[in-house]
Design a protein around this ligand. Structure first.
Ligand code: FEO
Length: 382
């Protein structure tokens, strides 16, 4: 908005190799930060420590020689909090605003909880900057316990912390949903219940613009983003189709998967997606598993257990509360296949999962008997 008092002071990171030490970010990462330039000036979060100088310059570019009155800390993960202490030193008259839990973390990160210059806020507390008025919305576990969001009523702006964030720097054009979904299920996916609680609070607010800590500012078609977040956080099914995730040591399980994919298509399955877990981005496979309602796991027995990449994948799903889906199983083992029992056991604490009646059991290589089993499984999972 041309006359907005809210200015972007974030940075793009194209040097990062793995975000949070594990996620590939081929298009980099944005660490967003904002400044509300009103009678009182508030800075909304800091940025990653590698971008301290650029961020301070962005502040100067936005407000010149004026000094911020407040630093609002919504989230203490270092991609946003790394420069709090540098900010406190650079602007000694500024007040640090955060939840009590955030101040406990500041003590751990910086050796101080800014007791002489802080404002502890909780649910519904407000802070007036002049025309702009902030209301703090607690968002614990989205995705750390100290997280809060901030609603600014003059411009109807929601500062959503990690919520509505995505992978990717802001100077690269790419589809929002693809990298937002991978980000959501990778990073926030375990906390669907807590995201649902925040969405219920957001439904009571008149929101025109969402200012996340990663990814673009959202100011059009907000219903689209809110609907996707509602689907994701309620473990709903976003897309029709069947996902096959597999591992294969010598190509025999892969051959079964190729036949299965063809049989699914022949049976009328609206979309078939196949991931080789040893070679794909595991975070892509995880996002797909939550995107589709039907998933087939095909793997070999290895050291009396699931093949390692499948074991990791199943663990990624169960630790995120995988639920509301139908699972099919293709097992392979030359002398003692244990895959079916291991998979059923691994998911035993997950809610509302159904296992396909038809299981494909391969003893080393696909034969006529296993092809018949594959056809039956395809018919059930189409
Ligand atoms: Fe973007 Fe949870 O930090």
């Amino acid at each position: 908005m041309a006359n907005s008092k809210i200015k972007y002071i974030g940075v793009n990171d194209h040097n990062i190799d793995l975000f949070e030490g594990q996620y590939d970010v081929p298009n980099g990462m944005a660490y967003n930060s904002y400044i509300i330039d009103d009678e009182k000036i508030a800075v909304m979060d800091t940025v990653d420590g590698n971008f301290k100088d650029e961020w301070f310059q962005n502040i100067k570019n936005a407000i010149g020689d004026k000094a911020p009155d407040y630093l609002i800390v919504q989230h203490m993960e270092p991609d946003h909090s790394a420069n709090i202490d540098e900010f406190a030193k650079a602007y000694p008259n500024a007040t640090i605003v955060a939840t009590d839990r955030a101040f406990v973390m500041m003590k751990k990160f910086f050796g101080t909880d800014y007791a002489d210059r802080r404002l502890v806020v909780g649910e519904g507390d407000t802070l007036s900057l002049g025309e702009c008025n902030l209301t703090f919305v607690m968002a614990p576990m989205v995705h750390w316990p100290e997280v809060m969001m901030t609603y600014e009523s003059h411009e109807k702006a929601l500062f959503s912390a990690d919520g509505f964030g995505k992978f990717g720097a802001l100077d690269v054009e790419e589809d929002w949903a693809c990298e937002a979904r991978r980000y959501y299920f990778g990073i926030v996916g375990k906390y669907g219940v807590q995201v649902q609680a925040v969405l219920k609070k957001a439904a009571g607010l008149d929101i025109q613009t969402i200012y996340p800590l990663h990814g673009p500012i959202l100011n059009e078609n907000l219903g689209y983003y809110l609907d996707l977040y509602n689907t994701w956080s309620s473990y709903g099914i976003e897309s029709e189709g069947t996902l096959i995730c597999y591992t294969s040591v010598y190509g025999n399980t892969k051959k079964a998967v190729e036949i299965l994919a063809d049989e699914l298509k022949n049976a009328g399955c609206p979309k078939v997606v196949v991931n080789d877990l040893a070679r794909c981005d595991m975070a892509e496979a995880v996002e797909d598993a939550f995107r589709y309602g039907k998933i087939i796991l095909a793997t070999t027995t290895y050291n009396g257990d699931l093949f390692p990449f499948m074991r990791e994948f199943v663990n990624e799903l169960t630790e995120r509360g995988y639920r509301n889906r139908k699972i099919g199983i293709v097992e392979n083992g030359s002398w003692a296949p244990v895959v079916k029992n291991k998979i059923v056991k691994a998911f035993e604490l997950c809610k509302n999962l159904e296992f396909a009646e038809n299981v494909v059991t391969i003893h080393s290589a696909v034969n006529d008997e296993s092809i018949e089993q594959i056809k039956k499984l395809a018919e059930e999972m189409k």
